[in-house]
Design a protein around this ligand. Structure first.
Ligand code: PLP
Length: 387
């Protein structure tokens, strides 16, 4: 059966050109980049080239890039690394109520160890207000972390504005840019950030590789202790094939970005227009304009997200409800609750995220079948009967 993948925010397939670039680094160029011999030096050169290219892509300097095992490690590194390095100065961290678990969990971990964390709320579109961040700052605040774009509802946050506030106060500012790097322009100076997380498998690179940008002068403790790789900031033998793959993925995104953004926005807006016109009682989640070019998220009243997903899957369509990390639990998404949805409505959400291999045909196929699925499920729903 034909499969249609509309879950690019959960992970992307690896671009075949990425895999091709990685291959030599499993075989003839397999050396340990810390070794003196030719095999090692070849690997080292590839890593340093990748570092330079990634830095230039982000508007950073090569020595400000630390390669990691992905978005989760970069986020944990940023939160705990700054907390431990600057803990003498203060014990207060500010973040938001819509962050990925890879931010909220390290924050909760620190709360159990004496740190105070403020979770700033968002408006009904999922937007964080810079003035709310400003109001939350105390003389003990050492770190602010706000995601660049939300992985569930696609809302793009006013990072540059928040960065002006934190810079004025001399507070380190981190952004989780896992959903934006490779998809929309990301420049660390334009955004006024001191730390930024990214992950290869969200932009057609391999899984298990990412990076943390750390602006020069930002005080951060190392996170993985061991060897002196990454100038002593992150131990462990480099994932050379992964880093080479991430490098190639960045190059491809750079070349294709303009065209991909235009195409995905057109299909996104087609879905945003057509779904409510074909199905009654559906509501768009996230900001109508200030959102990721590839993200659509709807609440479909009176039915459960899981039932929609199973029915779509039987027709060959892969979609998501909430984030992949919460899809096995029965709790509704904390993001949908944070924008003010009731538990009942938050359960009936559908996220469609488009990507490099999405065709207009795929969108038409979905639009053709989704109304029937919604009608069928509503027929069976006790919530719908009571209406
Ligand atoms: C996927 C994701 C992460 C986690 O990245 P991994 O590389 O899978 O660890 C963190 N933050 C956001 C916003 C994400 O979408």
């Amino acid at each position: 059966m034909r499969r249609i993948y509309l879950d690019y925010a959960a992970t992307t397939p690896c671009d075949p050109l990425v895999l091709k670039a990685m291959e030599p680094y499993f075989f003839e160029k397999f050396g340990n980049p810390s070794s003196i011999h030719t095999e090692g030096q070849e690997a080292k050169r590839a890593i340093e080239d990748a570092r330079e290219r990634l830095a230039s892509f982000l508007g950073a300097k090569p020595e400000e890039i630390i390669f990691t095992s992905g978005g989760t490690e970069s986020n944990n590194f940023a939160i705990e690394g700054v907390a431990y390095a600057q803990g003498k100065k203060g014990n207060h961290i500010i973040t938001t109520s819509i962050e990925h678990h890879a931010i909220t969990e390290p924050c909760k971990f620190l709360e159990r160890r004496g740190f105070k964390v403020t979770y700033v709320g968002v408006d009904k579109y999922g937007l964080v207000s810079p003035s709310d961040i400003k109001k939350a700052i105390t003389d003990k605040t050492i770190l602010v972390s706000v995601m660049h774009a939300n992985n569930e509802i696609g809302t793009i946050e006013p990072i540059a504005e928040i960065g002006k506030i934190t810079r004025d106060k001399g507070i380190s500012f981190h952004t989780d840019a896992v959903q934006t790097v490779g998809h929309i322009p990301v420049n660390v100076d334009d955004l006024n950030v001191d730390l930024l997380s990214l992950s290869g498998h969200k932009f057609y690179g391999p899984k298990g590789v990412g990076a943390l940008y750390v602006r020069r002068g930002t005080r951060i403790e190392r996170f993985l202790h061991g060897g002196d790789q990454e100038k002593g900031r992150r131990a462990s033998t480099h994932n050379t094939p992964g880093i080479v793959g991430l490098d190639k993925a960045i190059e491809l995104c750079q070349d294709k970005m303009e065209e991909e953004v235009k195409f995905q926005m057109r299909l996104r807006d087609k879905l945003i227009k057509e779904i409510p016109s074909r199905i009654p009682d559906v509501y768009l989640n996230g900001h109508p304009q200030q959102r990721l070019p590839n993200n659509v998220n709807f609440s479909i009243k009176y039915i459960e997200g899981e039932s929609i997903l199973l029915n779509l899957d039987m027709l060959g369509i892969a979609a998501s409800t909430g984030s992949a990390c919460t899809s096995t639990s029965l709790e509704p998404s904390h993001v949908l609750l944070a924008i003010g949805l009731s538990h009942e409505i938050a359960h009936g959400s559908l996220r469609l995220t488009l990507g490099r291999w999405t065709k207009e045909d795929d969108i038409d196929y979905l639009l053709e079948h989704l109304p029937g699925i919604a009608a069928k499920l509503r027929q069976m729903s006790p919530l719908y009967e009571k209406k």
